[in-house]
Write a protein that binds this ligand. Structure first.
Ligand code: ADP
Length: 401
Protein backbone atom coordinates (compact mmCIF):
# COMPACT_ATOMS: atom_id res chain seq x y z
CA UNK A 1 0.00 0.00 0.00
CA UNK A 2 1.10 3.58 -0.67
CA UNK A 3 0.52 6.02 2.18
CA UNK A 4 0.55 9.80 2.10
CA UNK A 5 1.89 11.39 5.28
CA UNK A 6 0.83 14.98 5.95
CA UNK A 7 2.22 17.44 8.49
CA UNK A 8 0.13 20.61 8.37
CA UNK A 9 1.16 23.88 9.94
CA UNK A 10 -0.90 27.04 9.91
CA UNK A 11 0.71 28.29 6.68
CA UNK A 12 2.64 25.25 5.50
CA UNK A 13 2.08 21.63 4.60
CA UNK A 14 4.81 18.98 4.37
CA UNK A 15 4.11 15.64 2.74
CA UNK A 16 5.71 12.33 1.86
CA UNK A 17 4.29 9.51 -0.22
CA UNK A 18 5.71 6.24 1.10
CA UNK A 19 5.49 2.85 -0.59
CA UNK A 20 4.99 0.50 2.36
CA UNK A 21 6.08 -2.58 0.36
CA UNK A 22 9.68 -1.51 0.88
CA UNK A 23 9.22 1.61 3.03
CA UNK A 24 10.71 3.89 0.37
CA UNK A 25 9.83 7.53 -0.20
CA UNK A 26 8.31 7.93 -3.69
CA UNK A 27 7.89 11.70 -3.46
CA UNK A 28 7.95 14.44 -0.89
CA UNK A 29 7.31 18.13 -0.82
CA UNK A 30 6.27 21.31 0.86
CA UNK A 31 3.52 23.89 0.36
CA UNK A 32 4.57 27.26 1.75
CA UNK A 33 2.71 30.48 2.44
CA UNK A 34 -0.78 28.95 2.46
CA UNK A 35 -3.33 31.77 2.79
CA UNK A 36 -0.53 34.29 2.29
CA UNK A 37 0.49 35.97 -0.95
CA UNK A 38 3.26 34.15 -2.83
CA UNK A 39 2.27 30.53 -2.07
CA UNK A 40 4.29 27.79 -3.72
CA UNK A 41 4.58 24.04 -3.80
CA UNK A 42 7.94 22.31 -4.16
CA UNK A 43 7.56 18.66 -5.15
CA UNK A 44 10.60 16.37 -5.04
CA UNK A 45 10.94 12.96 -6.62
CA UNK A 46 14.22 11.11 -5.97
CA UNK A 47 16.45 11.27 -9.04
CA UNK A 48 14.41 14.01 -10.73
CA UNK A 49 14.55 17.79 -10.77
CA UNK A 50 12.33 19.63 -8.30
CA UNK A 51 8.88 20.52 -9.62
CA UNK A 52 7.84 23.96 -8.39
CA UNK A 53 4.28 25.28 -8.73
CA UNK A 54 3.66 28.91 -7.86
CA UNK A 55 -0.07 29.13 -7.48
CA UNK A 56 -2.45 30.83 -5.07
CA UNK A 57 -3.39 28.66 -2.07
CA UNK A 58 -6.14 30.52 -0.25
CA UNK A 59 -6.67 27.60 2.14
CA UNK A 60 -5.47 24.08 3.01
CA UNK A 61 -8.01 22.43 0.68
CA UNK A 62 -6.46 24.13 -2.33
CA UNK A 63 -2.98 23.12 -1.10
CA UNK A 64 -4.05 19.48 -0.64
CA UNK A 65 -5.63 19.47 -4.11
CA UNK A 66 -2.33 20.74 -5.58
CA UNK A 67 -0.42 18.00 -3.73
CA UNK A 68 -2.67 15.29 -5.23
CA UNK A 69 -2.33 16.94 -8.65
CA UNK A 70 1.48 16.89 -8.33
CA UNK A 71 1.48 13.24 -7.19
CA UNK A 72 -0.61 12.25 -10.23
CA UNK A 73 1.00 14.68 -12.72
CA UNK A 74 1.80 13.04 -16.07
CA UNK A 75 5.41 14.20 -16.00
CA UNK A 76 6.32 14.72 -12.33
CA UNK A 77 3.85 12.35 -10.66
CA UNK A 78 4.59 8.98 -9.07
CA UNK A 79 1.12 7.39 -9.24
CA UNK A 80 -1.40 7.23 -12.10
CA UNK A 81 -4.49 8.01 -10.03
CA UNK A 82 -5.29 8.79 -6.39
CA UNK A 83 -6.81 5.29 -6.12
CA UNK A 84 -3.25 3.96 -5.76
CA UNK A 85 -2.94 5.87 -2.45
CA UNK A 86 -4.46 3.70 0.28
CA UNK A 87 -4.70 6.14 3.16
CA UNK A 88 -3.46 9.42 4.61
CA UNK A 89 -1.58 9.62 7.90
CA UNK A 90 -1.73 12.99 9.67
CA UNK A 91 0.67 14.27 12.26
CA UNK A 92 -1.48 15.79 15.03
CA UNK A 93 0.06 17.54 18.01
CA UNK A 94 -2.31 17.13 20.92
CA UNK A 95 -4.96 14.60 21.87
CA UNK A 96 -5.42 15.66 25.49
CA UNK A 97 -5.86 12.95 28.12
CA UNK A 98 -8.57 10.89 26.43
CA UNK A 99 -6.99 9.39 23.32
CA UNK A 100 -4.10 7.07 24.03
CA UNK A 101 -3.34 5.70 20.56
CA UNK A 102 -3.23 6.62 16.90
CA UNK A 103 -6.69 6.24 15.37
CA UNK A 104 -8.75 6.36 12.22
CA UNK A 105 -10.37 9.77 12.01
CA UNK A 106 -14.12 9.99 12.61
CA UNK A 107 -16.33 12.77 14.00
CA UNK A 108 -15.37 11.90 17.60
CA UNK A 109 -11.64 12.11 16.83
CA UNK A 110 -12.15 15.47 15.13
CA UNK A 111 -14.08 16.70 18.19
CA UNK A 112 -11.17 15.64 20.43
CA UNK A 113 -8.64 17.45 18.20
CA UNK A 114 -10.90 20.52 18.35
CA UNK A 115 -11.27 20.28 22.12
CA UNK A 116 -7.45 20.49 22.40
CA UNK A 117 -7.08 23.77 20.48
CA UNK A 118 -6.11 25.59 23.67
CA UNK A 119 -3.50 22.91 24.53
CA UNK A 120 -1.93 23.12 21.08
CA UNK A 121 -2.98 26.54 19.76
CA UNK A 122 -0.42 26.71 16.95
CA UNK A 123 -0.71 23.14 15.69
CA UNK A 124 -4.09 21.52 16.41
CA UNK A 125 -6.21 23.95 14.33
CA UNK A 126 -3.84 23.50 11.36
CA UNK A 127 -3.78 19.72 11.81
CA UNK A 128 -7.59 19.63 11.73
CA UNK A 129 -7.62 21.85 8.64
CA UNK A 130 -5.38 19.29 6.91
CA UNK A 131 -7.73 16.44 7.80
CA UNK A 132 -10.82 18.33 6.67
CA UNK A 133 -9.08 19.34 3.44
CA UNK A 134 -8.38 15.65 2.67
CA UNK A 135 -12.00 14.72 3.46
CA UNK A 136 -13.08 17.33 0.93
CA UNK A 137 -10.51 16.66 -1.81
CA UNK A 138 -10.44 12.83 -1.65
CA UNK A 139 -13.71 11.83 0.05
CA UNK A 140 -13.83 8.28 1.41
CA UNK A 141 -10.03 7.89 1.67
CA UNK A 142 -9.18 6.79 5.24
CA UNK A 143 -7.48 9.46 7.37
CA UNK A 144 -5.42 8.38 10.38
CA UNK A 145 -4.40 10.74 13.19
CA UNK A 146 -1.02 10.03 14.80
CA UNK A 147 -0.62 12.15 17.90
CA UNK A 148 2.59 13.55 19.34
CA UNK A 149 1.17 13.00 22.82
CA UNK A 150 0.42 9.25 22.72
CA UNK A 151 3.92 8.18 23.82
CA UNK A 152 3.28 10.10 27.06
CA UNK A 153 0.01 8.28 27.69
CA UNK A 154 1.74 5.26 29.25
CA UNK A 155 3.52 7.40 31.85
CA UNK A 156 2.66 6.40 35.42
CA UNK A 157 0.74 8.87 37.59
CA UNK A 158 3.86 9.77 39.59
CA UNK A 159 5.47 10.97 36.34
CA UNK A 160 2.62 12.82 34.70
CA UNK A 161 0.90 14.71 37.53
CA UNK A 162 2.13 18.18 38.40
CA UNK A 163 2.19 18.76 42.14
CA UNK A 164 -0.50 21.45 41.94
CA UNK A 165 -4.11 21.20 43.16
CA UNK A 166 -5.75 18.26 41.35
CA UNK A 167 -8.75 20.40 40.38
CA UNK A 168 -6.66 21.78 37.51
CA UNK A 169 -6.14 18.31 36.11
CA UNK A 170 -9.81 17.49 36.57
CA UNK A 171 -11.07 20.74 35.05
CA UNK A 172 -8.54 21.31 32.28
CA UNK A 173 -6.43 18.17 31.87
CA UNK A 174 -3.31 19.99 33.08
CA UNK A 175 -0.62 17.29 33.30
CA UNK A 176 2.63 16.37 31.60
CA UNK A 177 1.95 15.04 28.10
CA UNK A 178 5.33 15.17 26.40
CA UNK A 179 5.96 15.84 22.71
CA UNK A 180 8.14 14.38 19.94
CA UNK A 181 6.19 11.26 20.95
CA UNK A 182 6.24 9.76 17.47
CA UNK A 183 10.01 10.14 17.39
CA UNK A 184 10.54 8.73 20.90
CA UNK A 185 8.33 5.71 20.14
CA UNK A 186 10.08 5.09 16.81
CA UNK A 187 13.65 5.54 18.08
CA UNK A 188 13.16 3.50 21.26
CA UNK A 189 11.81 0.57 19.21
CA UNK A 190 14.55 0.92 16.58
CA UNK A 191 17.15 0.96 19.36
CA UNK A 192 15.77 -2.32 20.71
CA UNK A 193 15.73 -3.87 17.23
CA UNK A 194 19.14 -2.56 16.11
CA UNK A 195 20.78 -3.29 19.47
CA UNK A 196 19.26 -6.77 19.79
CA UNK A 197 17.80 -5.81 23.19
CA UNK A 198 14.97 -7.50 25.10
CA UNK A 199 11.77 -6.24 23.38
CA UNK A 200 9.77 -6.45 26.63
CA UNK A 201 12.23 -5.29 29.26
CA UNK A 202 14.89 -3.11 27.64
CA UNK A 203 15.36 0.18 29.49
CA UNK A 204 16.11 2.81 26.87
CA UNK A 205 16.75 6.55 27.14
CA UNK A 206 16.24 8.50 23.90
CA UNK A 207 17.77 11.96 23.50
CA UNK A 208 15.92 13.76 20.69
CA UNK A 209 18.21 16.75 20.25
CA UNK A 210 17.09 19.09 17.50
CA UNK A 211 15.97 22.67 17.48
CA UNK A 212 13.26 21.38 19.81
CA UNK A 213 14.75 18.86 22.21
CA UNK A 214 13.52 16.28 24.69
CA UNK A 215 14.64 13.15 26.51
CA UNK A 216 12.47 10.10 27.19
CA UNK A 217 12.70 6.96 29.28
CA UNK A 218 10.98 3.79 28.11
CA UNK A 219 10.77 0.14 29.08
CA UNK A 220 10.14 -2.28 26.21
CA UNK A 221 9.34 0.73 23.98
CA UNK A 222 6.61 2.05 26.33
CA UNK A 223 7.12 5.55 27.70
CA UNK A 224 7.68 5.85 31.45
CA UNK A 225 8.89 9.47 31.50
CA UNK A 226 9.54 12.30 29.09
CA UNK A 227 10.99 15.75 29.57
CA UNK A 228 8.43 17.98 27.84
CA UNK A 229 5.26 18.77 29.77
CA UNK A 230 1.87 20.36 29.20
CA UNK A 231 3.58 22.21 26.36
CA UNK A 232 6.96 21.70 24.66
CA UNK A 233 8.49 24.39 26.89
CA UNK A 234 9.50 22.09 29.75
CA UNK A 235 12.72 20.13 30.03
CA UNK A 236 15.91 20.63 28.04
CA UNK A 237 17.50 23.89 26.92
CA UNK A 238 16.56 24.07 23.22
CA UNK A 239 17.29 26.27 20.21
CA UNK A 240 14.98 29.04 21.42
CA UNK A 241 13.15 27.53 24.45
CA UNK A 242 14.37 27.89 28.01
CA UNK A 243 13.28 24.44 29.20
CA UNK A 244 12.89 24.02 32.98
CA UNK A 245 12.69 27.30 34.84
CA UNK A 246 11.41 28.55 38.19
CA UNK A 247 7.87 29.83 37.37
CA UNK A 248 8.53 32.81 39.63
CA UNK A 249 10.90 34.12 36.94
CA UNK A 250 7.80 34.84 34.83
CA UNK A 251 6.22 36.94 37.57
CA UNK A 252 9.50 38.76 38.22
CA UNK A 253 10.01 39.74 34.56
CA UNK A 254 6.33 40.73 34.22
CA UNK A 255 6.61 43.06 37.19
CA UNK A 256 9.97 44.58 36.35
CA UNK A 257 9.55 44.92 32.58
CA UNK A 258 5.83 45.73 32.60
CA UNK A 259 5.04 42.76 30.39
CA UNK A 260 2.07 40.39 30.26
CA UNK A 261 2.38 36.67 31.03
CA UNK A 262 1.81 35.95 27.32
CA UNK A 263 4.69 38.23 26.38
CA UNK A 264 7.06 36.56 28.82
CA UNK A 265 5.97 33.09 27.67
CA UNK A 266 6.75 34.21 24.14
CA UNK A 267 10.26 35.17 25.29
CA UNK A 268 10.69 31.77 26.98
CA UNK A 269 9.53 29.97 23.82
CA UNK A 270 11.13 32.04 21.08
CA UNK A 271 14.00 34.10 22.45
CA UNK A 272 15.57 31.87 25.08
CA UNK A 273 17.45 28.57 24.92
CA UNK A 274 20.90 28.67 23.32
CA UNK A 275 19.77 31.75 21.35
CA UNK A 276 19.04 33.74 24.51
CA UNK A 277 21.85 32.36 26.62
CA UNK A 278 24.50 32.96 23.93
CA UNK A 279 23.54 36.63 23.94
CA UNK A 280 21.61 36.32 20.68
CA UNK A 281 24.24 34.50 18.56
CA UNK A 282 21.82 31.98 17.00
CA UNK A 283 19.32 29.22 17.68
CA UNK A 284 21.31 27.02 15.31
CA UNK A 285 23.75 24.86 17.24
CA UNK A 286 26.37 25.03 14.46
CA UNK A 287 26.49 28.84 14.70
CA UNK A 288 26.73 28.68 18.49
CA UNK A 289 29.57 26.15 18.22
CA UNK A 290 31.44 28.35 15.73
CA UNK A 291 31.02 31.36 18.00
CA UNK A 292 32.22 29.37 21.02
CA UNK A 293 35.27 28.19 19.06
CA UNK A 294 35.99 31.81 18.12
CA UNK A 295 36.12 32.71 21.81
CA UNK A 296 32.57 33.93 22.53
CA UNK A 297 32.24 33.14 26.24
CA UNK A 298 28.42 33.08 26.48
CA UNK A 299 28.18 30.87 23.38
CA UNK A 300 30.39 28.39 25.22
CA UNK A 301 28.26 28.70 28.36
CA UNK A 302 25.12 28.04 26.26
CA UNK A 303 26.59 24.84 24.82
CA UNK A 304 27.90 23.71 28.21
CA UNK A 305 24.47 24.34 29.78
CA UNK A 306 22.68 22.48 26.97
CA UNK A 307 24.90 19.38 27.34
CA UNK A 308 24.78 19.54 31.14
CA UNK A 309 20.96 19.59 31.10
CA UNK A 310 20.82 16.59 28.75
CA UNK A 311 23.19 14.66 31.03
CA UNK A 312 21.12 15.56 34.12
CA UNK A 313 17.99 14.17 32.48
CA UNK A 314 19.78 10.96 31.48
CA UNK A 315 20.96 10.57 35.08
CA UNK A 316 17.47 11.22 36.40
CA UNK A 317 15.89 8.73 33.99
CA UNK A 318 18.45 6.05 34.80
CA UNK A 319 17.28 6.45 38.40
CA UNK A 320 13.60 6.56 37.37
CA UNK A 321 14.00 3.12 35.74
CA UNK A 322 16.54 1.86 38.30
CA UNK A 323 18.88 1.15 35.41
CA UNK A 324 19.45 1.77 31.74
CA UNK A 325 20.45 -0.66 28.99
CA UNK A 326 20.84 1.78 26.12
CA UNK A 327 21.03 5.48 25.38
CA UNK A 328 20.14 6.64 21.85
CA UNK A 329 20.88 9.99 20.24
CA UNK A 330 18.67 11.31 17.46
CA UNK A 331 17.53 14.45 15.52
CA UNK A 332 19.68 17.27 14.08
CA UNK A 333 22.18 17.71 16.92
CA UNK A 334 21.94 14.10 18.15
CA UNK A 335 22.64 12.67 14.70
CA UNK A 336 25.36 15.11 13.63
CA UNK A 337 27.19 16.54 16.61
CA UNK A 338 29.72 13.96 17.76
CA UNK A 339 31.32 16.36 20.25
CA UNK A 340 28.06 16.88 22.16
CA UNK A 341 27.48 13.10 22.27
CA UNK A 342 30.99 12.52 23.59
CA UNK A 343 30.82 15.24 26.24
CA UNK A 344 27.36 14.20 27.47
CA UNK A 345 28.43 10.58 27.90
CA UNK A 346 32.09 10.77 28.89
CA UNK A 347 32.06 13.88 31.10
CA UNK A 348 28.92 13.08 33.05
CA UNK A 349 27.90 9.45 32.75
CA UNK A 350 31.07 7.43 33.24
CA UNK A 351 29.81 6.83 36.81
CA UNK A 352 27.15 4.48 35.39
CA UNK A 353 29.77 2.82 33.21
CA UNK A 354 28.87 4.54 29.93
CA UNK A 355 31.81 5.18 27.59
CA UNK A 356 32.02 6.45 24.01
CA UNK A 357 34.32 4.84 21.44
CA UNK A 358 35.74 7.90 19.59
CA UNK A 359 36.15 6.03 16.29
CA UNK A 360 32.64 4.59 16.32
CA UNK A 361 31.34 8.01 17.33
CA UNK A 362 32.83 9.53 14.18
CA UNK A 363 29.59 8.91 12.30
CA UNK A 364 26.54 10.91 11.31
CA UNK A 365 23.00 10.24 10.21
CA UNK A 366 23.00 6.43 10.24
CA UNK A 367 22.26 3.70 12.78
CA UNK A 368 25.43 2.90 14.70
CA UNK A 369 26.74 1.62 18.00
CA UNK A 370 28.96 4.40 19.33
CA UNK A 371 29.93 3.09 22.77
CA UNK A 372 33.13 1.23 23.63
CA UNK A 373 33.15 -2.56 24.00
CA UNK A 374 33.64 -2.23 27.77
CA UNK A 375 30.83 0.32 28.18
CA UNK A 376 28.25 -0.98 30.67
CA UNK A 377 25.52 0.95 28.84
CA UNK A 378 25.21 0.68 25.06
CA UNK A 379 25.09 4.04 23.31
CA UNK A 380 23.64 4.35 19.81
CA UNK A 381 23.02 6.86 17.08
CA UNK A 382 19.55 6.09 15.70
CA UNK A 383 18.18 8.51 13.07
CA UNK A 384 14.58 9.42 13.67
CA UNK A 385 11.98 9.08 10.93
CA UNK A 386 8.67 10.49 12.09
CA UNK A 387 7.06 10.20 8.63
CA UNK A 388 7.81 6.49 8.46
CA UNK A 389 6.48 6.02 11.99
CA UNK A 390 3.23 7.77 10.98
CA UNK A 391 2.99 5.67 7.80
CA UNK A 392 3.52 2.43 9.76
CA UNK A 393 0.75 3.31 12.23
CA UNK A 394 -1.54 4.31 9.37
CA UNK A 395 -0.95 1.02 7.54
CA UNK A 396 -1.52 -1.02 10.70
CA UNK A 397 -4.82 0.69 11.45
CA UNK A 398 -6.13 0.63 7.88
CA UNK A 399 -5.28 -3.06 7.48
CA UNK A 400 -7.02 -3.89 10.76
CA UNK A 401 -10.19 -2.09 9.64
P1 ADP B 1 13.75 20.49 14.34
O1 ADP B 1 13.15 19.30 13.61
O2 ADP B 1 13.41 20.55 15.80
O3 ADP B 1 13.59 21.80 13.64
P2 ADP B 1 16.29 19.24 13.68
O4 ADP B 1 16.14 17.89 14.26
O5 ADP B 1 16.22 19.37 12.20
O6 ADP B 1 15.30 20.27 14.37
O7 ADP B 1 17.69 19.83 14.19
C1 ADP B 1 18.11 21.11 13.83
C2 ADP B 1 19.34 21.45 14.63
O8 ADP B 1 20.37 20.50 14.37
C3 ADP B 1 19.91 22.83 14.26
O9 ADP B 1 20.05 23.64 15.41
C4 ADP B 1 21.28 22.49 13.70
O10 ADP B 1 22.22 23.44 14.05
C5 ADP B 1 21.60 21.18 14.37
N1 ADP B 1 22.68 20.52 13.62
C6 ADP B 1 22.66 20.02 12.39
N2 ADP B 1 23.89 19.56 12.04
C7 ADP B 1 24.70 19.80 13.09
C8 ADP B 1 26.10 19.59 13.37
N3 ADP B 1 26.90 19.02 12.50
N4 ADP B 1 26.57 19.97 14.57
C9 ADP B 1 25.78 20.56 15.48
N5 ADP B 1 24.47 20.78 15.27
C10 ADP B 1 23.93 20.43 14.10
Amino acid sequence: MKILVLNCGSSSLKYQLIDMENETVLAKGLCERIAIEGSKLTHKVPGKEDFVIESAMPDHSVAVKLVFDALTDAEHGVVKTVDEIGAIGHRVLHAGPNITESCIVDEHVKDVIRSCFDLGPLHNPANLMGIEACEKVVPGKPNVAVFDTTFGMTLPEKAYYYAIPTEYYEKYGIRRYGFHGTSHAFVSKETIRFGGLDPEKAKVIVCHLGNGASVSASIGGKGVDTSMGLTPLEGLIMGTRSGDIDPAVVQFICNHENKTVDEVLNILNKKSGVLGLSGGVSSDFRDVENAANAGNHMAKVALDAFRYRVAKYIGAYAAAMNGVDAIAFTAGVGENDKLSRQIIIDEYLSFIGAKIDPERNNVRGKEALISADDSKVKVFLIPTNEELAIARDTLRLVEAQ
